[in-house]
Structure formats: C-alpha cells, structure tokens
Design a protein around this ligand. Structure first.
Ligand code: PSU
Ligand code: MN
Length: 314
C-alpha cells in the first residue's frame, strides 16, 4: 500500500490519520530507543508491547521514523519489524539531521527532538518515551546540550518521560528547561525523578496527580498559544528503583571510559546508556531492565492523558 505524503512530505498511516481526523487520542513514540537503545529482538518486543499498552488504554500509537527518505508517522508491523532488525543501521536523527536524511533517501531513527517535530507537524500533542536528553555532565565546558531541550522550548508537544538519566547533569538540565520556558511537571511527587531512581534532589514547581490535571495544563498551554512544550516526569515505581550508589559508580566509570576513548557528539548518549547498563547488570537486574519497564509505565499514563485531552476538546 502506498501512502500519500501530502503537502507536508510526511506519510501518516491510515489508522493515525483517521484518529486525528476524528479528534481521537493519539500518542507519538520515538524510534531511537528502538534502534539504538536495545538489541533485537528485545527492541521489537518492547516496541510492540508499548504500542499495545497505548491501544489498551484507548489511544492510537504513532511510532515515528524516516524510511527511505520519507518521514513516517505510524508504522505497520512490517515496518516496525524492519526498523527493529536494522537497529544501528538507522541513523540517529535529531532535528539537525532531518533534512540530510530525507534528502539522501536515508533511514532515520528519530530522537526526542525529531519525533516532537514530526508529531507537532501532523497535530499529535502527546509523546511518550523513556528518558530525554539533557545537559551533559561537564556541559558547561563541552556545551553538549541535547537538542531535545531546545525543541521542548519551541514545539508545543507534551513529553511523558521518567525524567532525565543521571548520566546527565540534572540540575543544569532543569535550569536550561526553565530558560527555554518549558513547563516541567512531576507526576505524584514534588521532586524531579532521575530515571533509575525516584528522586534527583531537585524540587519542581508543578506537581500533577491525575491524567485530567495534565490534560488541563496542556489545554491551557494550547489556548494561550504559548508555543512551548511540556515535560511530564513520572518517577520509577518504588519496586523497580535501582540503587543510586551502584548507578553513580557505573556512571563515573563510564564517563572515564568515554573520556579515554574521546567519545563526543551524538555518540556519547548511546555509549553512556550502554555502558551503564552493562556495568550495573551484575549488581542490579532491575537497572538493566528498567528502561523497558519505564517506557511501559509512561505509555500507560501517556495514553490516559491523550484520552483526557481528547475529551476536553469534544
Ligand atoms: N535517554 C535515554 N534513552 C534514550 C535516549 C536518551 O534514557 O534512548 C535517546 C533519545 O532518543 C533522546 C536522545 O532524544 O537519546 C538524546 O540524544 P543526545 O543526548 O545526543 O541529544
Ligand atoms: Mn549532544
């Protein structure tokens, strides 16, 4: 089946297009986590389970990727499978890389910034992922600040994540988000979560306790044409939380390895994520698999927020 890419140059799957046309709930999902975050077949299994959770909770999933130079919003099962098998052959694509990947007819796994861009382009206001990028440790020297943060500043999409991994500088990430005018809300907690652990030591101004409350904030953002994004941070469930000390020790070791190997640019995040996973694998099984558990946990809330938001618009 061939899809019309329309004037926007984006191929929207029939299911997603129909849901958007009726004002139904749709949840965008990224593809970097599939291609660069987990090996096959774990990545395919996870991607399918996340889509199923979104569906079971009343929303339509829209996984986003660039296939043969065409940005796709909503993938069918063959496309999802081929993406998962290809893995790292799909180029990690942030906003910076989009035009080049499209012009060269390439395959791109979209990061948070690129996924937000395409979600907004086709009218999807909600996007679920595991963790977003941020200000890297030593970012004050390297200026390595993820384009996820500037995208959140200029694109009105709500991202549901488990906070920011502590491989990054969390306090500076929050400072930068404030500079960018991004609403940061923590779900059922007063503290910003640190992905593997429930708390980062950083307080947030905005606490939300229900999907409806989240939807009200998104609605207000839209009505005021604020134009900026919203980050909803959901802490890891208590029973899955890893030991903060074990994680920090692994991060320190991985940072040293990255420095020795001179790993910089857009390979630093996948490298750090991979090494922390391996280095904590021995002492904390939960940490190894928390990525998967957390995306699922976030998908559950994201779908409920999407449904609450679509109800507000009816
Ligand atoms: N953090 C995670 N898992 C991920 C990423 C970040 O815990 O998979 C991915 C996301 O796609 C995010 C990207 O948008 O890494 C950020 O990369 P960078 O730091 O190069 O901007
Ligand atoms: Mn970077």
């Amino acid at each position: 089946m061939s899809l019309s890419t329309g004037a926007m140059g984006v191929a929207v799957s029939p299911e997603v297009a129909a849901a958007l046309a009726r004002g139904g709930a749709v949840v965008a999902l990224e593809s970097t986590i599939i291609c660069h975050g987990m090996p096959y077949p774990k990545n395919l299994q996870t991607a399918m389970e996340v889509e199923a959770i979104v569906r079971d909770n009343g929303a339509v999933p829209a996984t986003i990727a660039i296939l043969d130079g065409v940005p796709h919003v909503g993938l069918n099962s063959e496309q999802l499978k081929s993406l998962a098998i290809s893995g790292r052959q799909f180029q990690k694509t942030s906003r910076r890389d989009i035009a080049h990947v499209v012009a060269s007819g390439g395959n791109g796994a979209t990061t948070v910034s690129a996924t937000m861009f395409f979600a907004h382009k086709v009218g999807i206001p909600i996007f679920v992922t595991g963790g977003i990028g941020g200000v890297h440790r030593n970012g004050e020297q390297t200026m390595d600040i993820s384009s996820d943060l500037t995208e959140l500043g200029k694109t009105p999409v709500t991202v549901i994540s488990a906070g920011v991994k502590s491989i990054l500088d969390i306090p500076r990430t929050l400072e930068y988000l404030e500079t960018q005018g991004v609403t940061v809300a923590a779900y059922r907690t007063n503290e910003f979560p640190a992905f593997f652990t429930e708390a980062s030591g950083c307080k947030v101004q905005c606490r939300v306790d229900s999907p409806e409350e989240c939807a009200n904030i998104i609605y207000a953002n839209k009505n005021l044409y604020l134009g900026s994004g919203i980050l909803i941070a959901v802490p890891i469930p208590k029973e899955q939380a890893a030991s903060g000390n074990a994680i920090e020790a692994a991060i320190q070791k991985a940072l040293k390895e990255a420095e020795d190997k001179n790993i910089i640019g857009n390979t630093i995040t996948p490298f750090m994520l991979d090494r922390v996973k391996v280095l904590t694998g021995g002492c904390s099984l939960e940490a190894t698999y928390s990525d998967i558990a957390l995306v699922k946990n976030n998908a559950l809330l994201g779908a409920k927020i999407a449904v609450a938001l679509s109800d507000l618009h009816q």
